[in-house]
Design a protein around this ligand. Structure first.
Ligand SMILES: [Zn+2]
Length: 347
């Protein structure tokens, strides 16, 4: 079978190669991959920034945002059926020694087939088949929202009047959609033009788009008020830490972006310290997601799809075939919003 793999920590090493088709045991399922979404993590792995091959191997099949069809099940598998659509979860093992498929010590899903235990496969209804690659990033959004709301249970009767999402890339837009589907007032801030697809996607779900070309975070807060919850999805630590200033008293901010490791800047640490302590504010990070978040993500996607038909689909802006994998791992800026590789060659 064909697969796209990298030599970890080697720049631009992604290549299309032939690998043996996986053979399942009694308690596994063989999945025929339908489509795989590409994100910044894949691009950074191909740039050699991180990524780890499975033990005793020197290549890593990449791709972690997948949807596939059950092709074959082992004799002991009872809860899956041939032909069903499934989305695989990514992280395996506990937090001290974990693997992540397509990222760390386990092959990913950018191959014609993969095998998996049913515990790591979440069923997807056929109506959501086209947006299957968005379920993994939606699960990241879902986890961030769940954690923020759980943290804020520390405050009796708290509910956010306005929520700010920083960044209108795929994750920022999925956060916006998920929050809007739960009925929250959402502002989404990005550098894109106010007539861009990103801006329109925010507005299509009843969110308010805030264009960084027209305003600053400070001016925005003067007009719209401080934000009770902030989700940072730009990976720009300057934006992240300047947004702390517009977090309301008792507010919480979730950092989701991975920033450049060598980035430093002069900020008043004492001011930041006091702003957090004296305002009873919380700053936290969130990464990865569990099966529960995938299940919630599917429920959220169903809701979004029925409230705003076509909006989820519209953020898959770049469809590619497997042979176009070279194009898929170019710079992040190569995509309008989300790039997806379709295994059957149809785009
Ligand atoms: Zn991802």
């Amino acid at each position: 079978m064909k697969a796209v793999a990298v030599k970890p920590l080697t720049k631009n090493s992604a290549s299309l190669l032939d690998m043996p088709k996986p053979v399942i045991n009694d308690s596994e399922a063989l999945i025929k991959t339908c489509a795989v979404g590409i994100d910044g993590t894949d691009i950074e792995i191909n740039q050699g920034a991180y990524g780890e091959a499975p033990v005793d191997e020197d290549i890593l099949v990449i791709g972690h945002e997948a949807v596939g069809e059950v092709e074959e099940i082992g004799a002991k598998v009872t809860d899956l059926h041939v032909g069903e659509l499934v989305v695989p979860t990514v992280r395996r093992g506990d937090s001290s020694d974990y693997q992540e498929r397509g990222i760390k010590k386990a092959h990913g899903f950018l191959s014609e087939y993969f095998k998996e235990s049913p515990a790591n496969l979440v069923k997807l209804i056929p109506e959501l088949g086209n947006i299957g690659p968005l379920i993994e990033p939606m699960s990241i959004a879902q986890k961030a929202i769940d954690q923020a709301l759980k943290i804020q249970q520390r405050l009796e009767g708290w509910s956010p009047e306005n929520i700010l999402v920083l960044g209108a890339g795929a994750l920022g837009l999925l956060l916006t959609m998920a929050l809007r589907s739960k009925g929250y007032e959402v502002y989404t801030f990005d550098i894109a033009d106010s007539d861009s697809l990103k801006a329109k996607t925010v507005q299509n779900t009843g969110g308010k788009y805030v264009g960084a070309k027209e305003t600053t975070l400070e001016k925005f807060a003067n007009d719209a008020g401080l934000s009770d919850l902030i989700f940072e999805a730009t990976g720009n630590s300057d934006i992240a830490f300047s947004a702390v200033n517009i977090l309301s008293q008792d507010g919480a901010m979730c950092l989701l972006g991975v920033a450049g490791r060598d980035h430093s800047s002069q900020i008043c640490l004492g001011c930041l310290n006091n702003h957090i302590v004296l305002g009873n504010r919380v700053l936290f990070g969130s990464v990865s997601s569990t099966r529960t978040h995938f299940e919630e993500a599917i429920e959220t996607a169903k809701k979004v799809n029925s409230q705003w038909p076509g909006v989820l689909n519209s953020i898959i802006t770049d469809d590619m075939s497997l042979t176009e994998y070279g194009k898929a791992f170019q710079k992040k800026q190569a995509y309008q919003i989300k790039g997806v590789i379709h295994m059957d060659g149809e785009t």
